[in-house]
Design a protein around this ligand. Structure first.
Ligand code: SF4
Length: 431
């Protein structure tokens, strides 16, 4: 038996994998701990989507070694695939498991068991106090479960290293996903988020047509899950059959549709499979099919060759789409991708300036979306109590809400009146 601390960086797929690993380890009798100072083994599921993500990986590995010099560290995932030798040389790193070996992480840890350490000394425990992020809200809070439905991607966006590191599409069978979700419902989860590298491609490798729609339909009819949410889905994979499923109110009214740029010429250089014009038509169709829908997106600024005019075109398009939330990424050249070798790389100060302008627009659009709901009654899933005593929760269309309430709201869905806006959040009154 070992005491294991788990942490995931990057996307929700990584989060779902670390949650699955936590369950497997717990089933084998290991103890999942909240702080590295309490652990014999620290496991990190890493990200390499940008240079910044890699920097965070290195920073975290050093911080873990400092927080507990006795614990051994296992590094998993995309950065472990891209930088295997380098990460193996970090202090205390005993295992580096790239993506293709990740599935056997439990066996790898068990085959070379960590020595049973004495309980951490009070001094060591004190050093680990206040560790900023635990094994993930999903593992601890038991409100939202991240469920992996597929891995890999067969597209070839020119900036993307993820499809290189994760390989081709591999989908989990429908029955396996349903069993997984039914187990989460048994454990008390109120919401499941379907995750993957490219969930819209679900089932293509299994010979299914409209695979994601079939899967969602099966989950809704074979489980009693109160809320089902889709994570990021490529816009060209959103079919009429999929949109028709929102007649079931258990499906959360949020679509995260990565746009990447609102400029047609930039989209072509990115190798995206959809034009901005087609994207705009999809947004219109989706909003007509799903009232109160939150459409959120990812935007890359400063892609090679992006001129000031192209950036302005992107900015104007983003504004027109009235997104509920933007995730803005300054372009980061990734080794082995075509975009890293393109001419017209945008200098750092310009990247930063464009990212700031796009983020400002994102905040403005998010506020505009939020304000539409003032005075409305919505269902809120309460996830945690903040340090200031307020409960924090989410509506199905991804509005963040806080409320003051003496009762224990954790993991409850309540009807809530949204009465005011405060610091980027909505303040609610539980009805
Ligand atoms: S769709 Fe494009 S960006 Fe997304 S994982 Fe596939 S290649 Fe990468």
């Amino acid at each position: 038996m070992s005491r294991v601390f788990l942490q995931s960086l990057g996307c929700r797929l990584n989060q779902s994998e670390i949650e699955a690993l936590a369950r497997q380890l717990a089933a084998q009798g290991h103890v999942i701990v909240d702080e590295p100072a309490l652990a014999d083994i620290c496991v990190v599921n890493t990200c390499a989507v940008t240079a910044e993500a890699e920097r965070k990986t290195r920073h975290l590995l050093r911080a873990l070694a400092r927080a507990n010099p006795q614990a051994r560290i296992a590094v998993l995932g995309c950065a472990a695939t891209l930088r295997k030798e380098e990460l193996a040389s970090f202090p205390n790193v005993a295992w580096v498991l790239p993506n293709e070996e990740k599935e056997r992480a439990v066996e790898a840890l068990a085959l070379t068991p960590a020595p049973l350490l004495p309980s951490p000394s009070p001094a060591l425990q004190e050093r680990g106090r206040g560790w900023p992020e635990g094994p993930g809200e999903g593992v601890r809070a038991r409100t939202r479960a991240f469920v992996k439905i597929q891995d890999g991607c067969d597209n070839a966006c020119t900036y993307c290293i993820v499809h290189i590191l994760r390989g081709p599409v591999r989908s989990r069978p429908v029955e396996e996903v349903i069993a997984d979700i039914a187990a989460r419902v048994e454990e008390g989860y109120q919401e499941a988020v379907l995750t993957g590298v490219n969930i819209g491609a679900y089932g293509q490798d299994l010979g299914m047509t409209d695979g994601l729609a079939r899967l969602v339909e099966a989950i809704l009819s074979h489980t009693t899950l109160p809320r089902l949410r889709l994570s990021s889905i490529e816009p060209w994979d959103v079919s009429p059959a999929l949109l028709s499923l929102w007649s079931d109110r258990r499906l959360c009214r949020q679509l995260h549709l990565p746009l990447q740029s609102g400029c047609e010429a930039t989209l072509r250089r990115m190798g995206r499979r959809m034009t901005a014009a087609a994207y705009a038509r999809l947004v219109e169709t989706a909003r007509a099919a799903i009232p109160d829908l939150a459409i959120t997106t990812d935007i890359i600024v400063g892609f090679p060759g992006e001129t000031e005019e192209e950036f302005a075109e992107s900015l104007a398009f983003v504004e027109r789409m009235e997104f509920a939330r933007l995730h803005v990424f300054p372009f980061s050249p990734r080794p082995g991708t075509p975009a890293a070798r393109m001419s017209g790389q945008v200098p750092d100060p310009v990247l930063r300036e464009r990212a700031a302008r796009m983020r400002d627009l994102g905040e403005h659009l998010a506020a505009r979306f939020r304000r539409q709901f003032l005075g409305r009654e919505m269902e809120v899933l309460w996830e945690r109590r903040r340090r200031d005593g307020l409960w924090h929760g989410l509506t199905d269309n991804y509005l963040q809400v806080v409320t003051a309430c003496p009762a224990d709201l954790h993991n409850r869905i309540t009807r809530t009146r949204l009465v005011q806006e405060d610091d980027g959040l909505l303040v609610g009154e539980v009805i």
